[in-house]
Design a protein around this ligand. Structure first.
Ligand SMILES: [Zn+2]
Ligand SMILES: [Zn+2]
Ligand SMILES: [Zn+2]
Ligand SMILES: [Zn+2]
Length: 356
């Protein structure tokens, strides 16, 4: 296979994805909800396939089909489903999708499947209710896709950065389709406000409709009343200046008052109850911290919270942690074979024996 041919195919794939998204936007504006749903979903799949293709072209081909380059270049193959693509991203590329991302993409897929295979009763009517539900799903899916393309997959998609930014600017026009819903929610928002609920701007739909919990050091789910985006959030008092610092989705943020940067280990220090840590140490117990196999990057980000554990890196919650049979550290992952294969933070005896 020649590399030029491969990079041309990849470029075609991404350009197609960008095109489909631009079409999906125009179709919403024209009241063509049906085509918008089909094109929007096609774009989501193409971006994910492009990421797989960057790893190896054969990863796009469905299970059971023999990978054949000649057939591949002519488009004569069956490609992976969204589920299989996500699975390969996780297991082969080691760069998987988060649960919340997959959920948003599957919601779009659900609409799309109804259209492709059945008569989709809800959206035959182009009324404002069904339009706002479609727009809400699309904005959420784009919020996550855009976040992936500009953070975790930033380097892989750097070549299309300009086009992605331009498209993002255009897709934000979709927010106007949700204004009627936001206006209708005003009495409810005012009433909740008077009971002390704080609303902040939703990163997906842009309206001040994201419901917040004001307690500190607790990771909670914040939901937007307009588009239903759910994000894990956390507020802490800045250890340097005392100002409230907020986190959304992960343990990275900065204090708006003094500029202090926070990374997951700092967040673990703040949310871990120092009293219980002190008791565990003086009791002869171990420092109650674990490693996270979901986000992997930092050590000891998993800290106790009540009867459960939370990760200060990815904000996931765990009922219990097991101990790795090789390094003896607590870990969130499946540790059944850990004495041989290790955990997310150690290589296990297998690798150790090889090295020796
Ligand atoms: Zn929203
Ligand atoms: Zn500060
Ligand atoms: Zn984590
Ligand atoms: Zn280990």
């Amino acid at each position: 296979m020649n590399p030029e041919e491969k990079s041309k195919m990849l470029n075609d794939l991404v350009e197609n994805a960008l095109d489909f998204l631009a079409n999906a936007l125009e179709e919403i504006k024209e009241g063509e909800a049906k085509y918008s749903i089909l094109h929007f979903y096609a774009a989501v799949e193409l971006f994910i396939k492009a990421r797989l293709m960057m790893e190896h072209w054969s990863l796009i081909i469905t299970k059971g089909d023999e990978p054949d380059w000649d057939k591949f270049v002519t488009g004569d193959f069956r490609s992976v489903s969204l589920d299989d693509a996500a699975n390969r991203l996780k297991k082969v590329v080691r760069d998987g999708l988060l649960d919340e991302e997959m959920k948003a993409f599957k919601n779009v897929a659900r609409h799309r499947n109804k259209f492709a295979h059945f008569f989709h009763a809800d959206h035959q009517r182009n009324d404002s209710d069904s339009m706002s539900s479609i727009v809400g799903e699309q904005l959420k899916a784009w919020y996550f896709l855009h976040r992936i393309l500009t953070t975790r997959w930033k380097d892989e998609f750097a070549f299309w950065n300009g086009e992605i930014a331009e498209l993002n600017r255009k897709l934000m026009q979709l927010r106007e389709f949700l204004r009627a819903k936001y206006d209708a929610l005003q009495p409810k928002i005012r009433e909740m406000n008077s009971r002390g609920v704080i609303f902040t701007g939703c990163p997906s739909c842009g309206f001040e409709a994201q419901e917040n919990d004001s307690s500190e050091k607790v990771i909670y789910e914040s939901t937007c009343l307009v588009c239903n985006l759910t994000e894990k959030k956390l507020h802490i008092a800045c250890p340097s200046c005392g100002e409230t610092v907020s986190f959304a989705g992960d343990g990275f943020s900065a204090c708006r008052s003094c500029g202090k940067d926070f990374e997951p280990p700092d967040v673990a220090d703040v949310i871990c109850d120092s009293d219980s840590e002190y008791i565990a140490i003086t009791d002869g117990g171990r420092l109650p911290r674990g490693n996270c196999s979901d986000c992997e990057v930092y050590e000891y980000t998993v800290v106790p919270e009540g009867d459960e554990w939370v990760c200060a890196g990815c904000f996931e919650r765990f009922e219990s942690l097991d101990t790795c049979g090789w390094c003896n550290e607590l870990n969130t992952g499946d540790l059944e074979m850990s004495s041989v294969f290790g955990c997310s933070h150690c290589p296990g005896s297998n690798a150790w024996n090889k090295d020796n």
